[in-house]
Design a protein around this ligand. Structure first.
Ligand code: ZN
Length: 429
């Protein structure tokens, strides 16, 4: 039996080609790691499902805990299905020849000039995102809805998609054309990394100012005790806020959050309306202090710097791949001088299989910043960590967050330390 399988020309082609061997290994390794982590996490949630673990009893009742267990299990199962779907989809695209065929059809339409190549890549990207939509719809309108989180409607969902499509057309096609044009220059990958970095900096400022308002309404926090309290905190910590914004997050979801974005004078702190309804003034102050911590400790510029290094490395690899006809030929594309799109396409499809392994390192990095922002908040509140702890308790409870993640899972995926870890750190002197 085994030999007859190896006789199939398609299986032979994989085992004869080092590029396809590498691709297959990367694809399987990522799927195995994802599913293993999801499975461990699922088991851990189920193992703790019957009784509320010590340390959580003080703030969560049995009914809510059971709901959070059911929600976490549903999310985890969905994540496994999602990983299986993504892997199967990529494998079918690559090994069936459909990807090459699609690209041929699209480039017949768009031509192979620089604009034609970038429009072609963009159109292909949209086409390839379509098969994943049912899963996305299920997640929003079934899973999230079952636990009372989804507030979106079909109309809103469609209008979000259309707005996103228009925005990405306007922003990404010219950017991609520019990058493709740069390829002809010496050390083009350095120029490309500079262009991407400038684009990221512009977006850091433009995104909260011009793009987010297309999707959500932002209003200044209204005058009153809460505003006075928060403004005085901002002044005390040297944030000098002109305003604190409240976002109508409840338009789409019952989940609550707060975030800090922008750079320098363009900085802004946004509180979700859902958060405002869940927390006391004292707790909101603690959350704001945490967000101000991210600003005062220059977390965004630091992350940007790390991004620059990653971007340069990524373009250096892409530049090398552009000089290897074997790379795209392995996937069935024809190599032509001046035709960069197939290499860009395969690079973008495969890079995720490699960058997946960077996730735990960026998570460590991100969690360190969260600890620092928590410590900043505690100091800003005269060394009192209690309001932030209470706020975190409520946030975990209201969002039905998984209280018992598997340590390997949280170490790999979590951008924030777990509740227990944050609480322990906040209780230390
Ligand atoms: Zn944070």
């Amino acid at each position: 039996m085994f030999f007859s399988v190896l006789d199939l020309p398609f299986i032979n082609a994989i085992f004869m080609n080092p590029v396809l061997i590498a691709f297959t290994i990367l694809l399987c390794l990522k799927l195995a790691a994802e599913v293993l982590l999801d499975y461990l996490n699922l088991r851990n949630i189920q193992a703790n499902a019957n009784t509320i673990p010590d340390g959580f009893r003080g703030f969560i009742d049995t009914e809510t805990y059971e709901k959070s267990v059911a929600y976490s299990i549903a999310k985890q199962r969905f994540s496994i299905v999602d990983s299986l779907f993504d892997t199967a989809f990529l494998a079918v695209l690559v090994f069936s020849g459909v990807l090459v065929w699609l690209w041929a059809k699209i480039s017949e339409l768009t031509g192979t000039g620089l604009w034609g190549q970038s429009i072609g890549l963009f159109l292909l990207g949209i086409l390839l995102s379509l098969p994943g939509l049912p899963l996305e719809l299920y997640n929003t309108f079934k899973l999230e809805a079952r636990f009372g989180f989804n507030k979106s409607t079909a109309g809103l969902w469609i209008s979000d998609k259309l707005k996103g499509l228009v925005l990405s057309t306007v922003l990404l096609i010219p950017l991609l054309t520019l990058i493709l044009w740069l390829v002809n220059l010496p050390v083009w990958w350095v120029w490309a990394a500079i262009v991407i970095t400038v684009f990221q900096i512009v977006m850091l400022v433009a995104y909260p100012m011009f793009i987010m308002p297309l999707f959500n309404k932002f209003t200044d926090l209204e005058a009153g005790d809460l505003r006075d309290r928060l403004m005085s905190l901002a002044e005390r910590t040297g944030f000098q806020a002109r305003s604190i914004l409240v976002m109508d997050g409840s338009k789409r979801s019952g989940h609550s959050n707060a975030f800090f974005s922008g750079l320098g004078k363009m900085r802004r702190i946004v509180l979700f309306d859902t958060l405002m309804n869940q927390l006391t003034e004292e707790e909101l102050e603690a959350i704001l202090a945490h967000e101000i911590g991210h600003y005062k400790l220059s977390h965004i510029p630091r992350l940007l710097l790390v991004n620059v290094v990653i971007t340069i490395a990524a373009f250096a690899v892409l530049g090398w791949l552009l000089q290897q006809p074997n790379f795209i030929q392995a996937f069935g594309f024809q190599w032509q001088p001046g035709l960069y799109a197939p290499t860009f396409l395969m690079f973008s499809m495969i890079s995720g299989l490699v960058t997946f392994w960077i996730t735990p390192f960026s998570s460590i990095f991100s969690r360190r910043y969260e600890y620092q922002a928590d410590a900043f908040a505690k100091k800003a509140l005269q060394g009192d960590g209690q309001p932030l702890i209470c706020a975190l308790h409520k946030l975990h409870k209201e969002n039905l967050s998984n209280l018992t993640p598997h340590p390997l899972y949280s170490a790999f995926h979590y951008s924030h330390p777990t509740l227990t870890e944050r609480e322990t750190a906040l209780r230390e002197d």
